[in-house]
Design a binder for this molecule. Sequence first.
Ligand SMILES: NC(=O)c1ccc[n+]([C@@H]2O[C@H](COP(=O)([O-])OP(=O)(O)OC[C@H]3O[C@@H](n4cnc5c(N)ncnc54)[C@H](OP(=O)(O)O)[C@@H]3O)[C@@H](O)[C@H]2O)c1
Length: 248
Amino acid sequence: MFDLADKIALVTGASRGIGLAIAQQLAQAGALVICVSRTPSAIEKAAADINAAGFKAEAFTCDVSQLQSVDKLVKSLIERHGRIDILVNNAGITRDTLLLRMSEDDWDTVLNINLKGAFNCVKSVTRPMMKQRSGRIINISSIVGLIGNAGQVNYAASKAGLIGLTKAAAKELAARGITVNCIAPGYIETDMTTNLPEKSRETLLKQIPLGRIGKAQDIAVMVHFLASDEANYITGQTFTVDGGMVMN
Ligand SMILES: NC(=O)c1ccc[n+]([C@@H]2O[C@H](COP(=O)([O-])OP(=O)(O)OC[C@H]3O[C@@H](n4cnc5c(N)ncnc54)[C@H](OP(=O)(O)O)[C@@H]3O)[C@@H](O)[C@H]2O)c1
């Protein structure tokens, strides 16, 4: 069940945190994972570790906010492997500050990576996936895109935008056998969240019914399921994986 043997999976932001856990999970399920991030040494290490563990991965340096670079990468992957079965739009950043202090650059940079980056990747894989008449696209949003958060108007807007992108693309691509879904993680222990003061951490824990901060692996298993053939009747959905913080 949920076997990904011979699938080609492109995972952005795969050098650490949630993206690395996703890359490892998909590789363990049998996929050849194309690991992408901006830092050559980090992404090469991520792929090398997966290969050393006996699974399959390749590393590529690419800034997802640059459409030309993404397009070039996808074209080279198609030449090399003939197909892309799974795209996971995970690359993301924060530039938190209160609205009054937020600069235009804080806004543009976060939107360009988190939202336009996903658009760039979806746009580039759409043609090959349409030709294949199959594909799985999984976007990593955030519960902040559903409920908002003070100090994160740029991030919240980018993550809410991903949910809209998911629904529109799901409707557009359904007839070609391509599913598009979204995962909205809650608070997950990664580099992005390590600097939280102890007091804020305690307050946060009180808001999580399951009583613990999430692990990157908690997100990776959901991606694995949505990427599988078994998830073929699910599209346009947003799944919160957050210990019960947001209940729909
Ligand atoms: N951690 C949480 O609590 C949490 C909660 C909800 C949602 N999320 C979302 O989950 C995703 C992963 O978060 P994380 O906590 O694992 O973050 P992280 O540890 O900071 O990792 C971010 C990854 O994205 C890559 N990246 C950043 N900008 C990029 C760009 N322009 N092009 C290509 N790759 C880029 C980074 O590598 P380089 O810097 O080398 O490029 C890194 O591999 C993000 O979209 C985040 O918003 C996280």
